[in-house]
Design a protein around this ligand. Structure first.
Ligand code: PLP
Length: 356
């Protein structure tokens, strides 16, 4: 079976097997990772290794903190403005789809002003919005973008120019699947449940100079407190951090982000090439903005799309139904999806089309 779910998503087989092997007794301790204290030296070693491996893999400069939160990407839609929008209480947003818009809505309902500088909603987010204005540097606390639009299937391959305004990126669906330079951002956040681990931990990589004392915000979202307490002012998601750590070790072993990006390009090209020559299926996204990790496609006939989803599931190709806002099908090709899975998908789509 190949699992094409958008998230939580497929993890490397090696990681699942290692979790199974180590679950009853971690490192010969006679205790499970499910029951060890987060105040133990064993867990200190685990969380510190996860941080160090993240730094190593993403080449995170020393002037950035690496923090772990609960609450998912959605939690950070609230946490980022609470910690960063302290001067102007005003945020700029590029509306590239569902998740970028959600981030704006969350900030708005917390009382921050949100200016959508560009949107591609009118064309159903089939491309990225272009930032044509020069950002004024005394108006906004930051510009929010979503580097990969999980639902619509677009991704930033080039970043907008922010003219000294801090750049905040929701990297939930392409963290470590595509290479970015951390120094180009002021804050990156990502839930791990697509490319890095089981749902339950959210990574925040933030420039130290942006972390400040902020009164009146929940402790569980307080960047300064989390930086001071090594992300453990309260009980962290111990298992999820451990499992993420195993995936990071796997990533290092197979060649890191360069290798992942090369593999992901190869996987995505295989599917896009098929779709572009298909007379039945279509991917609506502008070529230069296409995502490597999430590929929506459709026949134009909703009933037929569902028949294709069922046919694929009958052949062990699972969770290919598109998001309800877009319809059709969607293949999520995250880091742990092998090339063979995409090959099997393309073969089956080809067969379906031929038999029509
Ligand atoms: N941002 C992006 C790009 C996503 O794809 C998702 C979920 O799929 C979210 C945010 C929301 O994340 P969470 O479910 O962890 O709150």
């Amino acid at each position: 079976v190949y699992n094409f779910a958008a998230g939580p998503a497929t993890l490397p087989n090696e990681v699942i097997t290692q979790i199974q092997d180590e679950l009853p007794s971690l490192q010969g301790s006679g205790m499970s990772i499910l029951e060890i204290s987060h105040r133990s030296s064993m867990f200190d070693d685990i969380i510190n290794a996860v941080q160090a491996d993240l730094r190593d893999l993403m080449k995170i400069p020393d002037d950035y903190e690496v923090l772990f939160f609960q609450g998912g990407g959605t939690g950070q839609f609230a946490a980022v403005p609470m910690n960063l929008a302290t001067d102007h209480h005003r945020i700029a947003l590029l509306d590239s789809g569902h998740w970028a818009a959600k981030a704006g809505e969350e900030a708005k309902q917390l009382g921050y002003k949100v200016d959508t500088l560009a949107t591609t909603k009118a064309t159903h987010y089939d491309r990225l919005p272009a930032l044509t204005m020069t950002m004024p540097d005394d108006t906004y606390d930051y510009l929010h973008i979503c580097t990969n639009n999980t639902i619509e299937g677009t991704a930033y391959h080039e970043l907008p120019k922010t003219n000294h305004v801090p750049l905040v990126a929701d990297m939930s669906s392409n963290i470590m699947a595509q290479k970015y330079d951390v120094a180009d951002f002021d804050l990156i956040f990502a839930g791990v449940q697509k490319n890095l681990g089981p749902a339950g931990v959210t990574i925040v990589i933030v420039k130290k100079s942006l972390i400040k004392e902020v009164d009146g915000i929940p402790s569980v979202f307080n960047y300064q407190l989390f930086a001071k307490k090594n992300s453990m002012p309260n009980t962290p998601p111990v298992f999820n951090i451990y499992a993420t750590g195993l995936t990071l070790k796997w990533l290092k072993k197979v060649g890191g982000i360069d290798e992942m990006q090369a593999r992901n390009q190869k996987k995505a090209s295989l599917l896009y090439d098929f779709l572009d020559q298909s007379t039945l299926f279509n991917n609506p996204v502008k070529h230069q903005d296409r995502s490597l990790t999430n590929i929506p496609f459709m026949t134009g006939d909703a009933k037929l799309d569902l028949a294709v989803v069922d046919d694929l599931a009958a052949h062990g190709l699972m969770n290919l139904k598109g998001h309800r806002s877009v319809g059709g099908l969607r293949a999520s090709l995250y880091n742990a999806m092998p090339f063979e899975g995409v090959q099997a998908l393309v073969n089956e789509l080809y067969r379906f089309e031929k038999e029509m």
